[in-house]
Each structure stands twice: as structure tokens, then as C-alpha cells.
Write a protein that binds this ligand. Structure first.
Ligand code: ADP
Length: 219
């Protein structure tokens, strides 16, 4: 039996506070299927989340809250202090996140395309391979820092430490097929998102046509 044609996947990335969630919301409003790897990671590490047994076994009860969820500040301290701990955490989480994002991406047949939101997409070869197109949300670092300080109540030095662990703006822009510059009012994004949504629908339709062509060719 022929499997369903692969969906057209746009990988959406950007540094912390660049505006990925704000942009993803606007694509969703236009009909894109949004698969958010951050939301998946949160669910996996929430109360009763599928990663919690392995995390508890690897790091002990000190990183597990009374309700069974990951104690994020405790885990963050551990991972920042000890790169091996961070790698162990990633070894537990990444395969689960990939499997769940694959599962979600396959249940999107009634959407024109999939927007796969991956904060560290440029840093990760496996996600790059899975995207037909890479869309980067970009803004100056000073704007990122101000937004994350306001959103998360973090000190400037804490935000700078997170930025230092991510790809640079230049690295991200070098990997981009498309860029959304999010340095003004959110309303100013609408025409750009309209244009990209039109492009992605067209490309997705062309890919679906190709898949059908290949299927006929092999019958
Ligand atoms: P990311 O998902 O990339 O970390 P968000 O979409 O959560 O970033 O945006 C970070 C914060 O900045 C949020 O509180 C969001 O509402 C706000 N924000 C994003 N873009 C703008 C903008 N153009 N103008 C004002 N606030 C913005």
C-alpha cells in the first residue's frame, strides 16, 4: 500500500525572544499546521510526562517536583554546571521529541503545510534534514534581551548566557531560505506572513504534484 505523501515542512527557528511563537501563531491563523518542539518538550517533562521516569532515574529526585514535573530551575543549574549532565538530558529528550514531532507532522493531512518550530534548528543537523525550507525570525540582540527579560523576569546576564549557548544571528541567517525581520510592531509582520504563506502553499502543492507523479510512474 502506498504511504501518504510526506507533508511540506517549513522549519521555523530564531534565537530566544526573536518572536517564533508570535510568528507561529500568525501562520496557524492562516491554516498552517504548527508542530512546536518546545511545547512537546514541556509536555514530556510535565507531570506524568513520558520523559520523567528516565530523567528521575538519571538525575535523582532533586530535579523532580512533588507533582512529578521536571524542576526546571534545578535542572538548568545542573545542566549549566555540568556539560555531561546536559548531554545526558538531551540523550533522553531528543529522541522522544523527534518521535512525537514526527507523529504530529503526519496527522496534518487537512493543512496545506507543516510549520515545525525548532529553537535550535540551525544547531541540529537532523532537523535541518527534515525541512524543505528554513524560515528564520530575526531581530537585534538588544531587542531579544529586552523581550526575554520582560517575558521571563530574567536578569540581563542570564539572557546573555542563554544567547551565548545558541547559534549567532549570522549563523542562523546563513542557513535561512526565508527571513522575517521582527524588530517593529507585531502588526507590521502581517503582509510578510501573508506573502510567505502564499509561497509555502504553492510549494506544498508542487510537492504534492511531484509525489503523485512519482506514484503514477511506478504503477
Ligand atoms: P520566542 O518564541 O522566539 O522565544 P516570542 O514569540 O515568545 O519569542 O516573543 C518573545 C516576547 O516578545 C513575547 O512576550 C512576545 O509577546 C514579545 N514580542 C514578540 N515580537 C514582538 C514585537 N514585534 N513587538 C512587541 N513584542 C513582541
Amino acid at each position: 500500500m502506498a504511504s501518504a505523501p510526506s507533508p511540506f515542512v517549513v522549519g521555523l527557528t530564531g534565537g530566544i525572544g526573536s518572536g517564533k511563537s508570535a510568528v507561529a501563531e500568525r501562520f496557524a491563523a492562516r491554516g498552517a499546521a504548527v508542530v512546536d518542539t518546545d511545547a512537546i518538550a514541556h509536555a514530556l517533562t510535565g507531570p506524568g510526562g513520558a520523559a520523567m521516569a528516565a530523567i528521575g532515574a538519571a538525575f535523582g529526585s532533586g530535579v523532580v517536583r512533588a507533582d512529578g514535573a521536571l524542576d526546571r530551575p534545578a535542572m538548568r543549574r545542573l545542566a549549566f554546571a555540568d556539560p555531561a549532565a546536559r548531554q545526558r538530558l538531551e540523550a533522553i529528550l531528543h529522541p522522544l521529541i523527534r518521535a512525537e514531532s514526527d507523529r504530529q507532522a503526519k496527522t496534518t493531512a487537512d493543512h496545506p503545510y507543516v510549520l515545525l518550530v525548532v529553537p535550535l534548528l540551525v544547531e541540529s543537523g537532523t532537523y535541518r534534514e527534515r525541512c524543505q525550507r528554513i524560515l528564520v525570525v530575526d531581530c537585534p540582540e538588544a531587542v531579544q534581551i529586552a523581550r526575554v527579560m520582560a517575558r521571563n523576569g530574567l536578569a540581563e546576564a542570564e539572557v546573555r548566557a542563554i544567547l551565548a549557548a545558541q547559534a549567532s544571528r549570522a549563523e542562523r541567517l546563513a542557513a535561512a531560505d526565508d527571513v522575517i525581520v521582527n524588530d517593529g510592531a507585531l502588526e507590521a509582520l502581517e503582509p510578510r506572513i501573508d506573502a510567505l504563506d502564499r509561497d509555502y502553499r504553492r510549494l506544498a502543492a508542487a510537492l504534492a504534484g511531484d509525489n503523485r507523479g512519482r506514484l503514477h510512474g511506478t504503477c
